[in-house]
Design a protein around this ligand. Structure first.
Ligand code: NAI
Length: 333
């Protein structure tokens, strides 16, 4: 059997981690032949809860799980890590402005960037989930200059899954029949869910989603709004933010990054822009990417962008660029 992979989950005492850890430890991400050492990082006041999570992980008696290491020490937790799922972040409190939340969280991700730079394996793969996810990933990457920037990503797979599920429900087909929905930009309400390249298997035939749905008004309005606002709708209903679906999306993101996706399909990941589609270089922007079995990916180039899409892609880029400038001024002050 392979050497164990060292997988770090931050925010390990939180609600997303509670749904995520079992999936990772039982092989849903790295497969049934890959043993895992799980490192669980949270903050000191959560140590008691973290210990309870460790007990439960142990009690699952999972064959692939070699060790579970709880930690409240960032530098120790990042030591020799192969894959980091950065879920932990400060939650938004009542009366807190978006910029206050951003300031608090980018400081956390600056410090994690330093820890990655000095402690982790040089080929570490990072997915940032804690919000504002794209900008946190940008800061993390900036403060880990010895690591390949392409190894820093942020989660927009939940948005992709939401888009795919809306289309599948509209057409009355299974979720797996819908492919190549794209999320462009920020994991925020400015994101642009785009179905212009999406295809669906309908009655044994593959066809463009637009042709199958036959309702451009719905696709250009309600569909986009539903996906953009889905996180807020879940909070309103549950009084808590998405956790089960977020954990499932993290599993999808890392599994596809690790293993690659079939030819002709792609997935959305927020990754450092290389200037494709005229998006500011370096921003962590969600693009369609083709992942490969050697754990690398490439941004899918050459998709046709119409005026409607261009406007929406630019609006979300503008928000990310502003967030980046705000984050840099916090980190450099
Ligand atoms: P939660 O509040 O239940 O858990 C967060 C955990 O992070 C807490 O245990 C907290 O103590 C810990 N934490 C805070 N600062 C930390 C630090 N410096 N180091 C390590 N741990 C730290 O929150 P939940 O529901 O698990 O969500 C986590 C984050 O994920 C939030 O920022 C949320 O907005 C974001 N999120 C992102 C999604 C995406 O698609 N990108 C989807 C859903 C949530």
């Amino acid at each position: 059997m392979a050497e164990p992979l060292r997988v770090l989950v931050t925010g390990a005492a939180g609600q997303i981690a509670y749904s995520l850890l079992y999936s990772v430890a039982k092989g849903d991400v790295f497969g049934p032949n890959q043993p895992i050492i799980l490192v669980l990082l949270d903050i000191q006041p959560m140590l008691g809860v973290l210990e309870g999570v460790v007990m439960e992980m142990m009690d699952c008696a999972l064959p692939l799980l070699r060790e579970v290491i709880p930690s409240v020490n960032e530098m120790e937790a990042f030591k020799d890590v192969d894959v980091a799922m950065l879920v932990g972040a400060m939650p938004r409190r009542e009366g807190m402005e978006r910029k206050d939340l951003l300031a608090a969280n980018v400081k956390i991700f600056k410090s994690m960037g330093n820890a990655i730079d000095t402690q982790a394996k040089k080929n570490i793969k990072v997915v940032v989930v804690g919000n504002p996810a794209n900008t946190n990933a940008y800061i993390c990457k900036k403060y880990a200059p010895s690591i390949n920037p392409a190894n820093f990503t942020a989660l927009t797979r939940l948005d992709q899954n939401r888009a795919q599920a809306q289309i599948a429900a509209k057409l009355g087909v299974s979720n797996s029949s819908v492919k190549n929905c794209v999320i462009w930009g920020n994991h925020s309400s400015t994101q642009y869910p785009d179905v212009n390249q999406a295809v669906v298997d309908l009655n044994g035939k593959s066809m463009p989603v637009r042709e199958a749905v036959k309702d451009d008004n719905w696709l250009n309005n309600d569909f986009i709004k539903t996906v953009q606002q889905r996180g807020a709708a879940v909070i309103k209903a549950r009084k808590l933010s998405s956790a089960m679906s977020a954990a499932k999306a993290i599993v999808d993101h890392v599994r596809d990054w690790w293993n690659g996706v079939p030819d002709g399909t792609y997935v959305s990941m927020a990754v450092p822009s290389d200037g494709s589609y005229n998006i500011e270089e370096g921003l962590i922007y969600s693009f369609p990417v083709r992942t490969k079995p050697d754990h690398t990916y490439e941004i899918v180039k050459g998709l046709t962008i119409n005026d409607f899409s261009r406007e929406k892609m630019d609006a979300t880029e503008k928000e990310l660029s502003e967030e980046k400038n705000m984050a840099l001024s916090v980190c450099e002050s």
